[in-house]
Design a protein around this ligand. Structure first.
Ligand SMILES: [Zn+2]
Length: 197
């Protein structure tokens, strides 16, 4: 029986369990112009990438808990001490020292506005978002960067307030656990699996 490949870290080592390789039958490649003679075979390959978040792990861990973590440069020698980064940056872009991790959930819930947006009628491969995709750039009071995300409910307009929603039911531990809606949407109307945190 096949089970999903899973990974744990124990005693400082990666421990992998389950199936990371699957046997998939070859398929013949034939030439339709030459009497369907055999030309070759497909060799199916599947890759499971063990992706480490490193210092960004607190950001992804907390989205599923309804929290948005950001970082701040607290280096007294930095010309731009106090810079707040969201998206989460492990190191300050100006002085390269390690930033302090901060909980920015309340700021995000009360001050988020659409800085700019774009609406995409088409998507790339493996798209799981509903089309058209309403990508928004979100700005926050006191935050020095702008967060790229997408609006699930409502129509985007520059300057409009938006509110974060979180995939707190069965989180994916990816950026897809965070999305936004316009103000005033009842929690019962949020997409399946999402809450206000
Ligand atoms: Zn700095």
């Amino acid at each position: 029986m096949s089970i999903f490949g899973t990974v744990q870290v124990k005693d400082g080592k990666y421990k992998i369990k389950g199936d990371f390789h699957h046997i998939t039958p070859n398929q013949p490649i034939r030439n339709a112009d030459e009497g369907w003679r055999l030309v070759g075979v497909t060799n199916p390959r599947e890759i499971i990438h063990i992706h480490t978040y490193g210092g960004e792990a607190p950001f992804f861990e907390n989205l599923g808990k309804g929290k948005i973590y950001a970082t701040r440069c607290d280096n007294p020698d930095c010309e731009f001490k106090g810079t707040i980064y969201l998206p989460f940056r492990i190191h300050c872009a100006d002085c390269l020292s390690k930033n302090t991790v901060i909980d920015l959930t309340d700021v995000c819930k009360t001050t988020a506005r659409i800085h700019s947006f774009m609406i995409c009628e088409r998507s790339g491969a493996f798209n799981t978002l509903e089309k058209p995709i309403k990508f928004i750039n979100v700005e926050f009071d006191g935050v020095d960067t702008i967060l790229m995300s997408y609006l699930q409910i409502g129509n985007p307009a520059i300057g409009d307030k938006v509110v974060p929603i979180f995939r707190t039911v069965n989180p994916t531990y990816t950026i897809q656990d965070l999305s936004w809606v316009v103000e005033g949407v009842p929690e019962s109307d949020l997409p399946e699996g999402f809450t206000y945190g």
